[in-house]
Ligand binder design. Sequence first.
Ligand SMILES: [Zn+2]
Length: 331
Amino acid sequence: MRPRRLRQSPALRRMVRETTVTIADVIYPLFVRPGHDLQIPIRSLPGQSQWSIDRLMREVTECADLGIPAVMLFGIPDHKDALGSDNWSPDGIVPSAIRAIKRDVPEMVVISDMCLCEYTDHGHCGEINHADSCNFNAALPNGYLLNDATLELLARSSVAHAEAGADVIAPSGMIDGMVGTIRAALDGAGFEHVLIMSYAVKYASSFYGPFREAAESPPQFGDRSQYQMDPGNRREALKEAALDVAEGADVIMVKPALPYLDVLSDVRGAYDVPVAAYQVSGEYAMLHAAAANGWLDLERTARETLTGIKRAGADMILTYFAKDVARWGNA
Ligand SMILES: [Zn+2]
């Protein structure tokens, strides 16, 4: 046997390549904020910006022209409060952006990130147990995230985003029961056709650092390890995925991607639903930083990471490299 026979020319290598990342595999995360004619570059995510809705439309139109099938929206509201009310207001920043995209670029699949941390003044993913919170429970610790009270807020917000035209609701808070609650709320409001892409397996990762600058959403106290998964746990990922599949998730996600390829592969093998992986802000930023120093070739390393993520089992990849994938082609 001489396996090298299959590697001797670019054409032969292309013919036997098992995994190729194409533009149909990627989803582009976008940050939207109130205002007019705004494009505010995000320092720690080179090439990424916060957009006002008018400028976002140009960006989404360009994405559609490049062949990007879907965008994921994150909102930066003007107003934050204890319950994150901007998330379910029909005039909130994300519902407004969804309506604008579905009006101007109706073929674009709009995925709405569904969490409260971008909208709460404390930066946590739901209602917090506190003496003056409306659902205060003296038996629970101060500062504890109130699971079931938060589910009600997620249900209300999901219906608001579906009313605005979202194709997919993507609950990201790792709140127990979030998928079942959102499915029931959507069905109850007549939105049986709206998909749920669950952040089923989301780790409490340090690779989210640049995102928190981008979304202006760092927790004001503590961290999110009460509800996000511990990086040392692999079996537990299958338990989390099983719950979300049973509750009706149409797509399940593993996040981050590169440090969790074993988990991604496990989840892919265990379930028949499509699996998404999120190449998070820190994964993107570290490649850019190394390339800016001349230490790595950005295109080659980025393509290699995306190929690895797909090879491990991702059917779709949320990545800040989405537009680059289009420019690079499939060579
Ligand atoms: Zn959150």
